[in-house]
Design a binder for this molecule. Structure first.
Ligand SMILES: Cc1cc2nc3c(=O)[nH]c(=O)nc-3n(C[C@H](O)[C@H](O)[C@H](O)COP(=O)(O)OP(=O)(O)OC[C@H]3O[C@@H](n4cnc5c(N)ncnc54)[C@H](O)[C@@H]3O)c2cc1C
Ligand SMILES: NC(=O)C1=CN([C@@H]2O[C@H](COP(=O)(O)OP(=O)(O)OC[C@H]3O[C@@H](n4cnc5c(N)ncnc54)[C@H](OP(=O)(O)O)[C@@H]3O)[C@@H](O)[C@H]2O)C=CC1
Length: 500
């Protein structure tokens, strides 16, 4: 196609990234322009395809994410040409892309969907692991198979999933906040969930139909195996179901939570012993919940003064968009979170370059009940909409913002509960100008709505509440609900009859 030193291959449309955003964007472009070749450049040997897509309600969607060889995508869309090589450099002023394998490509319009990578604490420390793609999940599983105790840092999606799933290994969970799950819940929801985490007998998790990863754990305890530094796509739904997340111990689950703290320092065993001997200010004992005499490979010093020995540390502390080094030298406007700023047409600040998914930062004036979160639903929606915008610009047509950006809507599962979050579910950005209404049945459901001026602006629904569609409508149509008062959440009132 394009030889080193030879003529560059040309295409009207190029997409970088074989994750959900990039693949969805390429598929949509391929459909819109069946006679054009679409270049899809990706650093990973497999692509991520959305399958079994289901529109649950106006804005809620569910789907599976399948890892597939790129040949399957090319078979489904014969005009998609997958180029399996990392992009080394973009020269946007020349509309050129240079790949790791020494080839170059010329585009008219480009969509960047290179995703993000874990934002690790103490990056470079071999005992600190992040989880992002199949490689890093397998590295984690392998290390866990030899572990007796690990420290999990962070209070978002990955930490919530891990602390619930890990068996046979003590977990010290260090969080900055007072309550668990700060990115999804408030303290009330956290309190509702905690008994599920600490329950002696957990229900058996639902078996996953798709076994995805199987890795044999080695017997020797050594320095943690790091994942390769290849840039893979982020994992898909149920990523942990096929993994055997088990440590060396016989007990089922043992989680200890340390609140209101961060990691101050990480000491290797020798350094820890040395510090204990020589430093007058360093704590003389490992201040553990159950002090013990075990020597651990590594010690985590928390800002609350406690020190925990462990086998390794999982840093589940968010992500940072993949913009370096391949975008260096271009003049992209970047958001505070490091993402490429995009306007309401997914256009970056650089001509003819669009971006979608985890790599981008939504910089348009959003609907009052939508905000960006780096999730696969948004990666899919952005990839699809970016392709529509590229097509409209090419054809000189105008295009309206896609409906999916009207309302933030996410459905997921934590601690085996169905969790739906809608709109400003945590009163994000509302200051004190809001009221909360709650309904909670221990062990069964937790319903919280956020009201502003008598109108619903957000909701958290945990359990099988069956309220998502009604609440979605109420948030979208901004009906004045003042007259209903507390009846809004009265379980004896069939609320759907009121509003449907
Ligand atoms: C463990 C885990 C669990 C998650 N669970 C959920 C969940 O339950 N629900 C949810 O909604 N979201 C979840 N997410 C988030 C979700 O997976 C991501 O938001 C989404 O997949 C991002 O898709 P993307 O296409 O933007 O990026 P990615 O999937 O990261 O894809 C980026 C692609 O770009 C390629 N690439 C990178 N750099 C280059 C380069 N220089 N040249 C060429 N190619 C390059 C990579 O190889 C990859 O193919 C989870 C994430 C993780 C890590
Ligand atoms: N079921 C789902 O929907 C899931 C979604 N995901 C998505 O995958 C991506 C990666 O997940 P994850 O890594 O959990 O990221 P998240 O952004 O969800 O959470 C990161 C957490 O780490 C905290 N944090 C950040 N820096 C530090 C630090 N230095 N020390 C201690 N804590 C810190 C954050 O606190 P603060 O917010 O205060 O900065 C936050 O609690 C996210 O986009 C997430 O939404 C992942 C798993 C499941």
């Amino acid at each position: 196609m394009a030889g080193a030193g030879g003529a560059a291959a040309r295409s009207r449309f190029a997409v970088v990234g074989g994750g959900i955003a990039g693949v969805t964007c390429a598929e949509k472009l391929a459909t819109e322009f069946p006679s054009e070749d679409i270049f899809l450049m990706t650093a990973s040997p497999v692509i991520k395809a959305v399958t079994n897509f289901k529109q649950v309600s106006k804005t809620l969607e569910e789907f599976d994410v399948e890892e597939q060889p790129s040949s399957i995508l090319e078979k489904r869309y014969p005009n998609i040409k997958v180029i399996q090589s990392g992009v080394k450099q973009l020269k946007s002023d020349e509309h050129k892309i240079f790949t790791e394998d020494g080839k170059e490509y010329v585009y008219e319009k480009l969509c960047l969907c290179a995703g993000a990578k874990p934002k690790l604490i103490f990056e470079g420390n071999p005992y600190v692991l992040g989880i992002r793609d199949t490689d890093s999940a397998q590295a984690f599983q392998k290390n866990l198979a030899q572990a007796e105790r690990i420290v999990v840092v962070g209070n978002g999606g990955i930490a919530l999933e891990l602390v619930y799933e890990i068996q046979g290994c003590e977990v010290i969970w260090a969080i900055k906040d007072k309550a668990i799950g700060n990115t999804f819940f408030d303290a009330g929801a956290a309190e509702f969930l905690i008994p599920k985490l600490t329950a002696e007998n957990r229900e058996t998790p639902i078996e996953c139909k798709r076994t995805k990863y199987t890795v044999e754990g080695s017997q020797e305890k050594e320095r943690p195996t790091a994942a390769s530094d290849k840039l893979g796509s982020a994992l898909g739904p149920d990523w942990h179901e096929g993994l055997h997340l088990k440590g060396t111990k016989e007990f089922s689950h043992k989680v200890h939570i340390e609140i209101l703290c961060e990691v101050k320092n990480i000491h290797l065993q020798q350094e820890f012993i040395q510090l204990q001997r020589t430093s007058l200010t360093f704590p003389k004992e490992e201040k553990n919940v159950e002090p013990d005499q075990v020597l651990w490979p590594v010690y985590v010093e928390l800002t609350n003064g406690k020190i925990y020995g462990c086998d390794f540390i999982v840093s589940a502390t968010g992500v940072v968009p993949n913009v370096k080094p391949f975008l260096d030298g271009n003049n992209f406007a970047v958001g505070e979170d490091g993402g490429l700023k995009v306007d309401e047409h997914m256009h970056t600040s650089v001509p003819d370059v669009y971006a979608a998914g985890d790599i981008c930062t939504a910089a348009w004036e959003p609907s009052p009940v939508w905000h960006q979160m780096r999730l696969w639903t948004q990666a899919r929606q952005m990839g699809w909409y970016a392709a529509k915008c590229m097509a409209a610009d090419t054809l000189g047509e105008s295009i309206e913002m896609d409906f999916s950006f009207e309302l933030f809507a996410h459905v997921t599962k934590f601690f085996n509960y169905k969790v739906v979050v809608l709109g400003k579910y945590n009163a994000q950005g509302l200051g004190s100008e809001h009221e909360l209404m709650l309904r909670c049945t221990k062990g069964q459901e937790y319903v919280k709505v956020v009201m502003q001026n008598g109108r619903m602006v957000g909701a958290v629904l945990i359990g099988e509440t069956d309220l998502e569609e009604t609440f979605e409508n109420l948030i979208l149509n901004q009906m004045d609900l003042s007259a209903y008062g507390e009846d809004l959440l009265n379980p004896d009132v069939d609320i759907e009859d009121y509003f449907d």
